[in-house]
Every structure is written in structure tokens, then in C-alpha cells.
Design a binder for this molecule. Structure first.
Ligand code: NAP
Ligand code: MG
Length: 470
């Protein structure tokens, strides 16, 4: 798998730089591909192409834009096995999950945006005004590596639906599915300049996109640290930003919850994609009186999540995405031990998997919410079980975080769980096993971000409003 060019202005373009970036397999630690290391000059060319592309794309009837999205989705469907394989290498995602969640799901979301834009009301009468939604312009998209295609689609599908043109920089560590998307766009003959992809580093390509005067909006997913930098650079240019940042989400298990169902669901949620999930319920809040019982259920479930080669069909949890990610996660585990939390499962590197960036799925019990492992986003397979006293304590602990991205509540009744869910300062809450909904807006309270992605409401982020009085 080698992509030696960027994609902009409707064609594959050589980088003005000449350097490349190696893509490393999380499982084998070997190079699996190379992509160009883009430059600020590449970005400038791509943005100019996007500007030209925008002028005609925004004028296309909604129905035509919708049909392009459907064609793009169809062209991507033929690439599912290649996408899943690439992401299993890049991220370490187990192949079954990679196929369904990393490949098929985002491809379906591309098509869903066709329906969303068809159903969006673009004009409204308000008194003597006609209020029109117009696309914001050229959108710079910068995405992380953990759900690489999903995070790209969360931005480009609503942006294109709204009539915007896009310049995308995928993560250095996981750029391949974004380049396959460009390949699919090229194959269907998507009008030139509408979707532009420049691979490279955040420091060079990312910054150049965010700072470019012809970029009207920046949509970013990634860490709080990079988000802060991006917001300030975009602020200089008075650009709209959408930020999807980190999380430290709490799963509140109420005293009347069925532990046999709730605890395994919480463990699965936390460990999904080996914990490299921004919305993961990494803090499990359990009544102090039932703490030890919760630990037993959690250990029982964890034992079912086989760690191993992401290409083995029996594997549930693969390695982490990189050596740096593994070392960072191991560092947090050591910190948790030092601060006095009790390891009840895992706690280090697996002895039987010497090659690949593996970390044992780990459960800490008797965690205090003030500890580092309860406050910092670890982004690995590490669950912190935190005992609480009253229901009010549970809510206070859940909200005692700089983040507010997701969360869960499980109670004896839906009514009780709903009452607690309403008190959590977070963008999403699943109660009593409520499933992920591809129509529901997703995004953060507090330092988890600004703006929303996913579903029909995400398109609204890519509009600006014009009022015409008559
Ligand atoms: P990251 O370091 O923030 O990188 C995200 C993207 O931003 C990458 O493409 C990166 O380039 C680029 N970047 C870094 N610094 C930049 C800068 N100054 N200007 C422009 N672009 C810049 O995050 P990560 O390590 O890839 O991903 C893990 C983090 O993302 C976690 O904190 C996780 O919670 C968060 N995340 C949030 C969500 C959400 O929806 N809220 C979803 C997924 C992940 P490189 O490729 O060179 O690093
Ligand atoms: Mg990074």
C-alpha cells in the first residue's frame, strides 16, 4: 500500500517536499506503507483548489450534492476489506471491529448525510426577513488516528452536504483510509477541488491549514493540547472552530442496577478499540457497599476479552497504535499503582506477546477520583473503579472532571437512570444499555470541545446565516 501523492484539484499531486512518512503496523512493528510528508506549499495549493471547487459546489442543487455523497458511499463500500486491513495495522483494531465500526459504519454515514441534507430546511421566513443557510466556505479538517475514517467522515460528509469544500489532513499514524477516500472520490469523478487531502504532520500541514487565510472554518478532532493551539491560531483569523477533544467519561452504576448486565457493558465500553476511544467510560462509579461485587463482575468480563493479533478472528483487543501510546499508557498504570489504587487485573505488558504494542487490559479498584488515573485521559485499556457513597456523591464525582464528552447510567428503572443522566454535565449519556445512535449529535461539554458532529444536526455547523429583509 503506497500512496506517493496528495490529492487536490481533482488529481493526484506530487508533494513539493519529497519526504515521506512511514506507516507502522501496531501488531508487527513493521512498515506497511508510506505517504508524502506535506509542506505548507502543498497546503496552499490545496486550499486554492478548494476555493475554486467551493464556488461551483455551493451552487449545485442539493439533490446533486446528495447524489454525489451516495456515489461516494457506494465507491467506498467496495474498499471495506482494504480499509479494515489498513486500520487493523495502523490502530491495532481487531479485524471484526475494524470491518464493522472502522469501515462499514462511516461509509454508511456518508450516505446518511445525503438524506440529512435533502431534509434540511435551508430557508425560513421570520417577520419581514428571509433567513437563508449558506455554506460557510472552505473547511480545514484535521483528524486523529484512533477511528481514522470515522473521524474524517464526521467532518467531510456534513461539510460537503452543506455545500462546503474541504482540505483534510489525516493523522500521520493512520492516513491510509483518508487516501482511499480520495481514491474513491477520484474514481466517481467528484467535481475537482471539493475534497482535497494533504498528508503530513500536524506541526507543518495541520498548522498551515488552520492558519491559511482562505480557510473559513476549522474542524478538529484530537487532544486538548492540540485543540487549544488550533483554537488560538484560528482565533487570530476569526475562523469558526469545531473541536472534538478528549474525555474521561463516567459510568454511574446505581445501587439498584442489575450488576450482571451493567458491569460487563461498562467493561466492554471502556475497552473498546483497546481503550483508544475518546468517549470510553473509563471511570466506573459503583456504590461503596457493592464495590467488591462490581470488581468480581468486571474481572469476569475482562477475562472474556481476548488480547492478541488484530488479524485473528478470535481477538477482541489488539495492540495499541504506537510504541509511544503503549509507553504513555504503561506510565499511567505505574502512576496509578504509586498513588495507591489496587490493580485487580492486568497491569503491564503481556509476556506472551513480545512483538506489537500490546498492553494488558487493566482494572484498578478502590480508585479515588482525585488520582491521576481518574483525571487524565489515558487512551488505553485501563478501567478505574471508583466507589461512591450516596447518589448525590456519584453525580458530583462524575462531574468532577475537566471533560464532559460521554457517559452512562444504569439503574433499576429507566426513570431513575434518566434523572441521574440529566444531572451529568456531558454531551452524551446512555442509560440502561441504550445503544449508539447515528442520528444523535455527539460532542463535548467543558474541555471536551465545541460544536457537534454526527446526525442531521451536524450539518448546521457548516452553515452561516444570511438575513434578507423585505
Ligand atoms: P493529537 O495529537 O491532538 O492529533 C490530532 C490531529 O491533529 C493529528 O492529525 C495531528 O497531527 C494534528 N495536530 C497536532 N498538533 C497540531 C497543530 N498544532 N496544528 C494542527 N494540527 C495539529 O491527537 P491524537 O494523539 O492523534 O489523538 C488522540 C486524542 O484525540 C485523544 O486525546 C482523544 O481523546 C482525542 N480524540 C477525541 C475525539 C472526539 O471526538 N472528541 C475523537 C478521537 C480522539 P499528527 O498526525 O502529526 O499527530
Ligand atoms: Mg499526536
Amino acid at each position: 500500500m503506497t500512496y506517493d501523492k496528495h490529492y487536490y484539484d481533482g488529481t493526484w499531486q506530487s508533494s513539493t517536499g519529497g519526504e515521506t512518512i512511514a506507516v507502522i503496523s501496531s501488531a508487527t512493528e513493521q512498515e506497511v506503507a508510506r505517504v508524502p510528508r506535506g509542506t505548507a506549499e502543498d497546503v496552499d495549493r490545496a486550499v486554492k483548489a478548494a476555493r475554486r471547487g467551493f464556488e461551483s459546489w455551493r451552487r449545485l442543487p442539493v439533490e446533486e450534492r446528495a447524489q454525489w455523497l451516495e456515489k461516494l458511499s457506494a465507491a467506498m463500500k467496495t474498499r471495506v476489506p482494504r480499509i479494515a486491513e489498513a486500520i487493523a495495522h495502523e490502530v491495532g483494531t481487531a479485524i471484526g471491529f475494524a470491518t464493522k465500526v472502522q469501515a462499514e459504519f462511516p461509509i454508511m454515514m456518508i450516505g446518511m448525510n445525503a438524506k440529512f441534507i435533502r431534509e434540511t430546511k435551508l430557508e425560513e421566513e421570520l417577520g419581514n426577513s428571509l433567513v437563508i443557510k449558506e455554506p460557510i466556505g472552505v473547511v480545514g479538517c484535521v483528524t486523529p488516528w484512533n477511528y481514522p475514517l470515522h473521524q474524517v467522515v464526521c467532518k467531510i460528509a456534513p461539510a460537503l452536504a452543506a455545500g462546503c469544500a474541504v482540505v483534510l489532513k489525516p493523522a500521520e499514524m493512520a492516513p491510509l483510509s483518508a487516501l482511499m477516500l480520495a481514491d474513491a472520490a477520484h474514481e466517481i469523478g467528484l467535481p475537482k477541488g471539493v475534497l482535497n487531502v494533504v498528508s503530513g504532520s500536524g506541526r507543518v500541514v495541520g498548522e498551515a491549514i488552520v492558519a491559511h487565510p482562505d480557510v473559513d472554518m476549522v474542524s478538529f478532532t484530537g487532544s486538548l493540547q492540540a485543540g487549544r493551539r488550533i483554537a488560538s491560531v484560528a482565533g487570530e483569523g476569526i475562523k469558526k472552530v469545531c473541536l472534538e477533544l478528549g474525555g474521561k467519561s463516567a459510568f454511574v452504576v446505581l445501587d439498584d442496577a442489575p450488576f450482571d448486565k451493567a458491569i460487563p457493558a461498562g467493561v466492554n465500553n471502556c475497552m473498546q478499540n483497546s481503550g483508544q476511544t475518546c468517549s470510553a467510560w473509563t471511570r466506573m462509579l459503583v456504590p461503596r457497599s457493592r464495590h467488591d461485587e462490581a470488581v468480581e463482575f468486571a474481572k469476569g468480563q475482562l477475562a472474556k476479552l481476548t488480547l492478541g493479533d488484530p488479524f485473528d478472528k478470535n481477538t477482541r483487543l489488539g495492540p495499541l497504535a504506537s510504541a509511544a501510546q503503549r509507553d504513555s499508557v504503561l506510565g499511567f498504570i505505574e502512576q496509578g499503582k504509586k498513588e495507591g489504587a489496587t490493580v485487580v487485573a492486568g497491569g503491564g505488558k503481556p509476556a506472551n506477546l513480545p512483538t506489537g504494542f500490546y498492553v494488558e487490559p487493566t482494572i484498578f479498584a478502590h480508585v479515588d477520583n482525585k488520582m491521576t488515573i481518574a483525571q487524565e485521559e489515558i487512551f488505553g485499556p485501563v478501567l478505574a473503579i471508583i466507589p461512591y457513597g450516596s447518589e448525590a456523591d456519584a453525580i458530583a464525582i462524575a462531574n468532577d472532571s475537566q471533560y464532559g464528552l460521554a457517559g452512562g447510567v444504569w439503574g433499576g428503572t429507566n426513570e431513575r437512570a434518566l434523572e441521574v443522566a440529566k444531572q451529568l454535565r456531558t454531551g452524551q449519556v446512555d442509560i440502561n444499555g441504550g445503544r449508539f445512535n447515528a442520528l444523535a449529535p455527539f460532542g463535548g461539554y467543558k474541555k471536551s470541545g465545541i460544536g457537534r458532529e454526527i446526525g442531521p444536526l451536524a450539518i448546521e455547523e457548516y452553515f452561516q446565516l444570511k438575513s434578507i429583509q423585505r
